[in-house]
Design a protein around this ligand. Sequence first.
Ligand code: ASP
Length: 348
Amino acid sequence: MQWRPDRRTFLKTGVAGALLGPRMHASAADAGPRPVVVSSGNGLAAAAKAMELMEQGSDTLDAVIAGVNIVENDPNDMSVGYGGLPNEDGVVELDSCVMHGPTHRGGAVAALRNIKTPSNVAQVVMERSDHALLVGEGALRFAQVHGFPEVDLLTDRARQAWLRWRENLSTSDDRLPPHAPEDRDVGSATPLSERDYGTISCLAVDSAGDISGVTTTSGLSFKIPGRVGDSPIFGAGLYVDNEVGAAGSTGRGEANLLNCSSFAVVEFMRNGASPEEACLMACQRIVDHNKVARLRDDEGRPRFGVSFYAVSKAGQHGGASIWGPMRYAVNVGGESAHHDGAHLYMRG
Ligand code: ASP
């Protein structure tokens, strides 16, 4: 669905109004199917796996994690887990967080090296520590003592991609010279829209209305070592509220970190927006806050992409992205299919 201009005004006022104004009430007719699994476009198999496990009685969190494990373990997916593109130094660093709605618990790891499935480590952080987020060396040591096998995450294919970047393009990195917010031609010669992002987010609601979610990624390719994106940060790349719904995101993590976007999507739903409307409102929030000249095109639109996926407790689902076309994966009744989401702008 394309964003209709006449709704723009509603959106602009609705963003503030939804958070601050009186609560709107979704009607019973807004209920969707349950159980349901919603995922980013690369999550057809993950959604199917999660649904299969839920139908066998699995908890929603175990189900979505088993789903994304498929992509984390896939050496050919260069944006998540094993085989992900490395950082500037050629080292793969992974980010993930998980949230379990019924207990409102969560766990996360960031800049984790050598472990194929950061989502499982995030779950163990949640279950076997009194912390919510472990990073870097500490996260790796925690994974080691919990028996996670260590492997070299850099596949030959990812190493060669990194080497090509290193040999030809490595002036297009993420370091910036001193500059002012109004400076335009600063930094990377590679358009932000062409940077390698890629992540999987997976959300599930079971027949009782319990909700969990996971987001997992190798993050921005060739990032500065230690860079942490939105994926392991609660409220940025993932948020779950068992009374309302869940949201996950892919795309430029910095934008979600600066806008607490996934939290905002859930709050918009709490105040009556449908999942799709809530996702669009979060896109618009990013656009409204994107004031730095080097991140805007000639028409003031973001020079980067962000997508959101959301599901309500009632089982409604939706997705939206700043730049369309946008599609996301849904599994209802065991069948995974792509659905069209909404967008603010269409790529030319
Ligand atoms: N959001 C991820 C990050 O910024 C990347 C992505 O989704 O493509 O690390």
